[in-house]
Design a protein. Structure first.
Length: 140
């Protein structure tokens, strides 16, 4: 049976730039960087120490999408209209400060929410993520 999601697709405008952003600024590790025969590049990264989840940094122009759809996806990414998901942290405020110092753009600083503490960050392509410390992991 299904027991989770292993790889999350993150549409990016430039894979080299995204690789730099996710590794240098967010501290992710590269797990795969393979050029396939069809021109597609299988580029995956994961948060340090997390062997259960990966992000595939996918260029819509070199994917399974037709040319028209790829351009539509690229436009949505560039517009900042897509959110691939929620990144978890055990210290939203502390990690926010570290990431800001590394040059990560935040759309919203940490704020108290009913479910924990949340900030909103944007990657170098325009995707935005909720960056959340869930209430169950908050220090008292």
């Amino acid at each position: 049976m299904i027991n989770g999601i292993r790889i999350v697709s993150v549409w990016v405008l430039d894979q080299d730039s995204a690789l730099e952003f996710y590794t240098t600024k967010l501290g992710f590790e590269v797990t795969n960087d393979v050029k396939l025969d069809n021109g597609m590049r299988w580029l995956t990264v994961r948060p340090p120490g997390n062997t259960d989840q990966e992000f595939v940094l996918m260029d819509p122009s070199h994917s399974m999408l037709d040319a028209g759809t790829a351009e539509q996806v690229r436009a949505l990414v560039a517009k900042g209209a897509l959110s691939p998901g929620v990144m978890s942290t055990s210290d939203c405020r502390g990690d926010y400060e570290k990431l800001v110092a590394r040059g990560v753009e935040f759309l919203q600083p940490p704020a108290e929410r009913p479910y924990g503490i949340e900030a909103l960050l944007r990657d170098d392509s325009g995707n935005w993520f909720s960056f959340t410390q869930h209430a169950g992991t908050m220090r008292q």
